[in-house]
Ligand binder design. Structure first.
Ligand code: SF4
Length: 83
């Protein structure tokens, strides 16, 4: 299966995540709190169309410990957090 141009990948730094759950609340279509209390992506990449990217970018930016990174699935470039 090939990722669409809008598909994104959310990476979770498991060593940093404190399990606040904010990202799972802000982007429930793509992130969930796992049984160990650490955030995890629901799928290897999220392909929810253009609307999902700003939602995920907000979730990444609001993570209190900067544990999230949002990348383009196709190009691999970083979308959030911004430099
Ligand atoms: S917002 Fe950050 S600290 Fe909170 S659950 Fe998500 S990744 Fe973990």
């Amino acid at each position: 299966m090939t990722a669409s141009p809008e598909a994104v990948v959310v990476r979770v730094d498991r060593g940093r995540c404190i399990g606040s759950g904010m990202c799972a609340l802000g982007a429930p279509a793509a992130l969930v709190l796992g049984p160990d209390g650490v955030a995890e992506p629901l799928a290897p990449y999220a392909d929810g169309g253009a609307d999902l990217t700003p939602e995920l970018a907000d979730a990444v930016d609001y993570c209190p410990v900067e544990a999230l990174t949002l990348l383009s699935a196709r190009g691999g470039y970083r979308i959030a957090p911004s430099e």
